[in-house]
Design a protein around this ligand. Structure first.
Ligand SMILES: NC(=O)C1=CN([C@@H]2O[C@H](COP(=O)(O)OP(=O)(O)OC[C@H]3O[C@@H](n4cnc5c(N)ncnc54)[C@H](OP(=O)(O)O)[C@@H]3O)[C@@H](O)[C@H]2O)C=CC1
Ligand SMILES: CC(C)(CO)C(=O)C(=O)O
Length: 301
């Protein structure tokens, strides 16, 4: 398969690197200049939980590309710009592996190609130009963004699995996206604001905040017509906090690097959907306000 990875930073370099192993697929990374130059000069090194040395094509120009599938791995604030660039190209399918909500809608609004939904629970950090570390093994889940079966999702899922990525094809993507949202809503802002590893969310008072946040998210999901119980949302959040106990969440990494976070697409999304339906979500509202204050104070919004 010909595969474009748009936004090859941490996750995109890991997924693109794994797909390029043994030249299984023809992978093009769309990356920033330093990373693209390093990959062109010396290839891409995957280290950590998985190891590989691969030679994908690398470019800084995401316009007018063509491939079987484009995988979008930019941060949520960059999705609209990614969609605009991808709209100049030609793809059989476009797949978002981003966290947060609204990415698929943004992509679908700008693109003629069908847009698939996805989640990734692999952990990745781009350590230096040309080098990405896999900080945790996980799974990629792909499926039709509205739920149901999809031949395209089956094809993309088979491609990922054949390249050795742990992959599932799901017919309940709306529920899975809301469950992942509950996980990120519970873990990310707490770890970012308290500057702690994911495992600390399970301790003392933090766990109550994380549980309430996940429950509120599940209630809003149900109001949006998605069958996610409070119990499943809390269980998913606690399982991920346990499995990734030693990880620094992506929002904590953003705060440490003084970058704008994905709060708008995570807790902020829960607040917006709750407001539309007259629901109270005080934990999500408080966490959103705190992270936004931090961003505002640094001129990031
Ligand atoms: N990292 C992880 O372990 C996981 C991440 N995710 C999700 O995946 C998404 C990506 O996260 P992550 O990989 O950590 O983020 P990164 O910031 O590491 O990667 C995104 C990369 O895309 C680059 N980029 C943005 N726009 C363009 C463009 N137009 N052309 C070329 N490059 C571009 C960014 O550059 P710049 O920074 O200069 O803008 C950055 O290098 C997020 O939604 C995150 O929540 C999900 C699961 C795990
Ligand atoms: C699953 C989790 C919480 C892992 O750190 C994540 O998705 C993130 O950090 O954004």
């Amino acid at each position: 398969m010909e595969i474009v990875v748009f936004g090859a930073g941490s996750l995109g370099s890991l997924v693109g690197g794994l797909l390029a192993r043994e030249r299984a697929h023809d992978v093009t990374l769309v990356a920033r200049r330093d990373h693209a130059d390093a990959v062109r000069e010396s290839g891409l090194r995957v280290e950590g939980e998985l190891e590989a040395r691969v030679d994908p094509t690398a470019t800084t120009d995401g316009r007018e590309l063509a491939a079987d599938v484009a995988i979008v791995t930019v941060k949520t604030a960059d999705t609209a710009a990614a969609a605009e660039a991808l709209a100049t190209g030609s793809f059989d399918a476009v797949l978002s592996l981003q966290n947060g909500m609204g990415n698929e809608e943004t992509l679908a609004g700008a693109l003629d190609a069908p847009v698939l939904a996805g989640t990734a629970s692999y952990g990745a950090i781009r350590r230096e130009p040309g080098v990405v570390e896999c900080t945790g093994l996980g799974e990629v889940v792909v499926g039709a963004r509205g739920g149901g079966s999809s031949h395209l999702a089956d094809r993309v899922g088979r491609t990922f699995a054949a390249a050795g990525l742990e992959t599932a094809v799901a017919d309940d993507m709306p529920r899975r996206l809301w469950e992942k949202l509950a996980v990120n809503a519970g873990i990310n802002p707490i770890t970012a604001l308290a500057d702690v590893d994911n495992g600390a969310v399970l301790e003392r008072a933090a766990i109550e905040v994380a549980r309430v946040t996940a429950r509120e998210t599940a209630r809003v999901a149900r109001a949006c017509g998605v069958d996610l119980s409070d119990r499943d949302a809390v269980a998913a959040m606690e399982a991920v906090a346990t499995d990734t106990a030693a990880n620094a969440s992506s929002m904590r990494q953003d705060v440490r690097a003084e970058r704008r976070t994905e709060i708008d697409a995570i807790n902020g999304y829960v607040v917006d959907r709750a407001d539309e339906r007259g629901l109270e979500v005080p934990a999500n509202r408080t966490l959103t306000a705190l992270v936004r204050s931090w961003e505002r104070a640094r001129g990031l919004r």
